[in-house]
Write a protein that binds this ligand. Structure first.
Ligand code: HEC
Length: 207
């Protein structure tokens, strides 16, 4: 009787495992050929990174290495809704010329959401970075239905590109990287001294 139960248990477990596998593989093979609707609503590019915000490299350090022409390529994800030339028309989104150091919702006549215009302060490199990680997390209720840019390099490059269109703010000083290196070197030197002292002690003890 016990044995029969065990066998029944294994058969059941096997069945569940097989079912699980077929569900998983169904998902897996499906992912290769996403079914897109014939006509798309408006295009929403980009992905929202799930780990956004964690272990972020400061934007000031990213900008030091940013590439404006690479940023122009990234901005292609924005042109469905935005122009960025001086005096450019508003589209689904506002014209983005000279946006840095301007208030949230800076283009007169564009029908912004309250979600965006109620945010205090001007656009800077850090809050623009946060906005581009996830607009809807930065301004819950925003009308910008863009998921976000998952890659820090993409954000840095597009921020550098946007800054070059009218704002031209100086990049912030990167945090003192050298100071950190010096500190690490000092630590290593201290460790070396400690080791030498230990060796000398051992030598003294054996003498
Ligand atoms: C699907 C259309 C759409 C896409 C794609 C899109 N945006 Fe937007 N964007 C909007 C809308 C709509 C608003 C106004 C949001 C609001 O009022 O809540 C906006 C607002 C903004 C603002 C605020 C401007 C201001 O005056 O304060 C910035 C900055 C911005 N977008 C940058 C970008 C960048 C950079 C990209 C590409 C990486 C992008 N957007 C992609 C629709 C879009």
């Amino acid at each position: 009787m016990d044995n029969n139960n065990t066998i029944a248990g294994w058969v059941l477990a096997g069945g569940i495992a097989a079912l699980g596998f077929s569900i998983l593989s169904g998902k897996y093979f499906h992912a290769d050929k996403p079914e897109r609707p014939e006509t798309m609503g408006y295009v929403i590019e980009g992905v929202e990174s799930s780990d956004a915000g964690e272990e972020e490299i400061p934007m000031s350090m990213m900008l030091a290495k940013a590439d404006i022409s690479a940023g122009e390529q990234v901005f292609k994800k924005c042109v469905a809704c935005h122009t960025i030339n001086q005096g450019g028309a508003n589209g689904i989104g506002p014209n983005l010329y000279d946006t840095f150091d301007k208030s949230h919702g800076h283009v007169p006549g564009f029908a912004y959401s309250d979600a965006l215009t109620s945010i205090e302060g001007n656009w800077n490199f850090d809050n623009m970075n946060a906005w581009l990680i996830s607009p809807r997390r930065y301004a819950p209720g925003t009308k910008m239905t863009f998921a976000g840019l998952g890659k820090p390099e993409d954000r840095a490059n597009v921020i550098a590109y946007m800054n070059a269109q009218g704002s031209n703010l100086p990049y912030p000083e990167p945090p003192a990287e050298e100071a950190a290196v010096e500190e690490a070197e000092a630590d290593a030197a201290a460790a070396e001294v400690a080791e030498e002292t230990a060796e000398a002690d051992t030598a003294a003890a054996t003498e």
